[in-house]
Design a protein around this ligand. Structure first.
Ligand code: HEC
Length: 163
């Protein structure tokens, strides 16, 4: 009896997985987040800054340049899309358009940048590296879920987070 139930669950899981495979090509065409051209451009601008920022940051960490690392981490921390030059209507649009889970991932990312800045000021290399790895984890986890159309290496069903 238990065996039958287990098989039933397996079949159900398998068909859900199959259904997800079938909708995947659609997700690849449209942007995952319902943003206007302007707010999407603001997000992309933030991302390009973050990409350059973490490249610099990795060098400063490796070379023991504590103050430079702290400042670079603070710049990333402060690079919220919400703080860019957007009108109040556009900010409101963002607040409604972005899923709560996205906002949570974004703020976790900025929290980890803040942690890294503090670790750098404390000359704590191990803690810096810990926060750097959490930041990297944040990039891929968010991209796999919200930008698989941009980053084709992540399939829409990929989960890089384990929780
Ligand atoms: C909370 C979510 C989130 C986090 C965290 C995040 N990203 Fe992104 N990123 C996105 C989304 C969504 C897009 C796609 C935007 C679009 O085109 O619709 C994107 C796009 C990008 C792009 C492409 C910009 C372009 O030219 O189109 C780069 C580069 C990028 N991210 C780098 C990074 C790096 C590096 C990190 C980590 C250090 C990171 N992102 C962290 C959500 C995130």
């Amino acid at each position: 009896m238990i065996g039958k139930i287990a098989i039933g669950i397996l079949i159900a899981v398998a068909s859900v997985a199959q259904a997800q495979d079938q909708v995947a090509p659609k997700a690849a065409e449209a942007s995952v987040l319902p943003l206007s051209a302007k707010t999407r451009a603001a997000l992309i601008a933030e991302m390009l800054g973050v990409k350059a920022g973490v490249a610099e940051l990795s060098g400063s960490i490796a070379m023991g340049e504590w103050e430079a690392a702290a400042q670079q981490a603070e710049r990333i921390r402060d690079s919220y899309i919400m703080k860019q030059k957007l009108s109040s209507e556009e900010l409101e649009e963002l607040e409604h358009a972005l899923p709560a889970d996205f906002i949570e991932k974004d703020s976790a990312f900025h929290r980890h940048a803040d942690g890294l800045a503090h670790a750098a000021r404390a000359h704590d290399y191990e803690l810096e590296v810990f926060y750097f790895s959490r930041m990297m984890e944040g990039c891929g986890t968010c991209h796999a879920r919200y930008a698989p159309n941009v980053f084709k290496g992540f399939k829409p069903t990929d989960r890089t987070d384990t929780h």
